[in-house]
Design a protein around this ligand. Structure first.
Ligand SMILES: [Zn+2]
Length: 356
């Protein structure tokens, strides 16, 4: 990974993009795709779609998607003392919100606030053992009344945890929103590699999708619009290499051990085999995750679009999903970019994906 890649990844994960408010992240994605694509557009949902022309129009059309939305908060109500009550956007864990710094993205720019919490001294033992529901939590932006607060923050404004991307030891990095902006990052980098190689056999559509965290909504419309033969979704996947996780349930998945190729009914078996063969041929480490039903990812709606799409799901192992400290290894991103670029170059016949 080059320094330029790291700057781009950091910029992308730090840009606020809760579901429905993805424009700041999409502007960055568009900038990256502008020079290398043969057609770049943003659809009415906000999906950014870049086309890299293939060498033949009769070869399979491939769509690759990573979602650029992140979980977040939304302002619901400002009380007379200027305290802000909020709802979650997507799967926000109520356990870890109190005591956090948050940014509310108001019309004048980000407003820093904190999620207040009654001190432990004032909490009775029973309260300490229960989670405070999100609807009872509140943000304090330092204003003393509703009017002051309403000058900066409006009902419906989105919020994010006020944390950036940081490096720990080795190539381990943390951020609040690798899910799934690292997917959008990988998709743009695969597009770049393909453009440099003069395109894949067929047309390639790189898509930064929106509203995944609130019901796979951007992938639904963008897949329909693009009408691909083959679709590949790049997502995060649960690593199971930290305390208190049951490997018997998810399998053995470790960060730094390469991309995770999902297998199951949501995945076209020939496309799965193609990814495994490519990884083996290119000496790229990989892991396999068994997913016994439709996945909770964009791959689910992608596969079911129109008359069906040969779909694959590549996951990057991630610790602590949906927390402000999601952790991954940069080497896994590089390996995924290499694997996907090589795999797309091998897709030259749509018939090979008909399971017979
Ligand atoms: Zn995701």
């Amino acid at each position: 990974m080059t320094d330029q890649d790291i700057v781009f990844l950091k910029e992308l994960v730090e840009a606020p993009s809760p579901s429905g408010f993805e424009q700041p992240a999409q502007r960055i994605v568009r900038r990256e795709l502008e020079t290398l694509s043969h057609g770049l557009r943003t659809d009415v949902m906000g999906n950014v779609i870049a086309r890299i022309d293939g060498r033949s129009a009769s070869r399979p059309r491939v769509m690759m998607a990573g979602h650029c939305d992140e979980i977040g908060l939304m302002v619901k109500y400002i009380d007379e003392n200027g305290f802000i009550f909020f709802a979650p956007i997507g799967g926000v864990d109520a356990h870890l919100v109190p005591g956090q710094r948050v940014n509310i993205h108001g019309r004048k720019g980000p407003v820093l606030g904190v999620v207040g919490k009654k001190p432990i001294h004032m909490t009775d033992p029973k309260e300490r053992e229960t989670v405070c529901p999100l609807k009872n939590q509140f943000i304090d932006i330092g204003c003393s009344g509703r009017e002051d607060a309403a000058d900066l923050v409006a009902v419906g404004d989105p919020g994010t945890f006020a944390v950036g991307m940081e490096r720990l030891q080795g190539d381990r990095v943390i951020s609040r929103a690798f899910d799934d902006k690292m997917g959008a990052f990988i998709v743009t980098r695969v597009a770049k590699q393909l453009a440099q190689r003069g395109g894949a056999p067929g047309d390639f559509h790189a898509v930064s999708t929106v509203q995944e965290e609130v019901g796979l909504r951007g992938a639904t419309t963008s897949t329909y619009g693009i009408d691909p033969d083959v679709g590949i979704v790049v997502e995060v996947g649960h690593a199971t290499d930290f305390p208190d996780v049951d490997k018997r349930e998810i399998g053995q998945i470790e960060i730094g051990k390469g991309p995770v190729i999902s297998r199951g009914p949501n995945i076209n078996p020939a496309l799965f085999a193609l990814l495994v063969e490519t990884a083996e041929a290119e000496n790229i480490p990989f892991q396999v995750m068994a997913e016994a039903r439709g996945t909770g990812t964009d791959a689910n709606v992608m596969q079911l679009s129109r008359g069906g799409v040969a779909t694959a799901l590549i996951r990057i192992p991630l610790r602590y999903m949906h927390t402000p400290v999601e952790m991954l290894c940069l080497a896994d991103l590089d390996a995924t970019i290499d694997l996907l670029t090589a795999a797309v170059c091998r897709i030259d016949d749509a018939e090979m994906f008909i399971p017979v």
